[in-house]
Design a protein around this ligand. Structure first.
Ligand code: TXA
Ligand code: MG
Length: 326
């Protein structure tokens, strides 16, 4: 079991213990507003290697580098005007910008998988304080074994990686609950959505006055984050757009829909948001998938979720959870 420190009751102890482990080149599980991250010094190759090893993550899948503020980000990456406007509108927050690396940037190539771009995010709250105290960017993927559901609580991290990490910082439930939205401004000024996430596409389009391009055209191997095949996979299979519950299934619903045929026999019945609030549904999604999985169901039936706002990210994660397993 990892050491746990509650950042609300022991913030100073959390900062000091985490900084010491990070300085030694080891990862620490940290809370962010989206999901818990497995963070390590983005300039230290041994530390980054430990992230990939701990997660069992393929090394061609680059990591997001977390910064304390825009000034810090600008010392590692080149900002065009549109990216800077997005940074100012939405940071700190659930937005990752893919930007060209600055010449001589200290971000280690292992963190970017050798690309000439870097994914940067400024997280809200404690994670930002930790980066400020540590003084260097933190590479941090979600703190789960590769291919598994991302953790939205310290106990999720403990269950999956507790034997492999030294320290888990606990801030309770992650408020957003799905990973950041990843956006890239192309050299010609077009705006590309690389991954829907905790910042709604409509908010980005409203601030920029530009339409987000969704089709992955160039280098899909790298720019289809999270990978198209099975990902975010619970142990049970996942069945989408369910209108009934089959024998042996758990069911996840949304809003005020009447009970589905067969629902009375479900292994578990979970409603992502009885009031049909998509932000609440996003915050509950990963935890409920884990609960449904733990109910002993061999399949999880999920009713339709609206596609607008955070529904885009919810449906993206559900589609990956339901994708055929390799
Ligand atoms: O909310 C989040 O984004 C969480 C928290 C911990 O910050 N992090 C997260 O990291 O979801 P991860 O590693 O699970 O997802 C990062 C995704 C990868 O799938 C990768 O493909 C994409 O970001 N990515 C990172 N750098 C990139 C780059 N230079 N170009 C294109 N995609 C990049
Ligand atoms: Mg992940």
């Amino acid at each position: 079991m990892a050491r746990h420190i509650d950042i609300h009751t022991h913030p100073q102890q959390a900062l000091e213990a985490a900084s010491a482990i990070l300085s030694g080149g080891f990862p620490v599980a940290i809370p962010t507003e989206t999901v818990y991250g497995l963070a390590a010094d983005a300039t230290n190759p041994a530390a980054i290697t430990r992230i990939y090893e701990t997660k069992g993550r393929p090394r061609f899948n680059p990591l997001i580098c977390h910064m304390a503020d825009v000034e810090m980000a600008q010392s590692y990456a080149e900002f065009d005007d549109l990216s800077l406007a997005l940074a100012k509108a939405f940071w700190p927050g659930p937005l990752t910008l893919v930007l060209p690396l600055k010449d001589g940037s200290a971000i280690h190539p292992l963190a970017t998988a050798g690309l000439d771009t870097v994914g940067i995010r400024i997280p809200q709250g404690f994670a930002g304080d930790l980066i400020k105290a540590f003084g260097k960017p933190l590479a941090a993927p979600s703190a789960n074994s590769s291919g598994k559901i991302s953790p939205t609580s310290a106990s999720h991290v403990e269950d999956d990686l507790g034997e492999k990490v030294k320290l888990i910082l606990d801030a309770g439930s992650a408020g957003v609950g799905v990973e950041s939205t990843i956006v890239k401004v192309e050299p010609d000024g077009r705006l590309r959505l690389l991954r829907p996430g905790g910042l709604a596409s409509q908010d980005i389009e409203r601030v920029t006055g530009k339409k987000l391009l969704r089709a992955a055209t160039a280098s899909p191997a790298i720019e289809a984050p999270g990978m198209l095949a099975s990902h975010y996979a619970p142990g049970a299979t996942v069945r989408l757009h369910a209108t009934s519950v089959e024998a042996g299934e758990a069911v996840i619903t949304f809003g005020t829909i009447p009970p589905l045929p067969g629902q009375d026999k479900a292994k578990a019945v979970l409603n992502l948001s009885p009031s049909a609030d998509l932000a609440e549904a996003a915050a509950n999604l990963f935890g409920y998938l884990k609960l449904a999985d733990a109910s002993g169901a061999d399949s999880i039936a999920v009713t339709a979720i609206p596609q607008h706002g955070l529904g885009e990210a919810i449906n993206d994660r559900l589609a990956r959870a339901a994708a055929p397993r390799s």
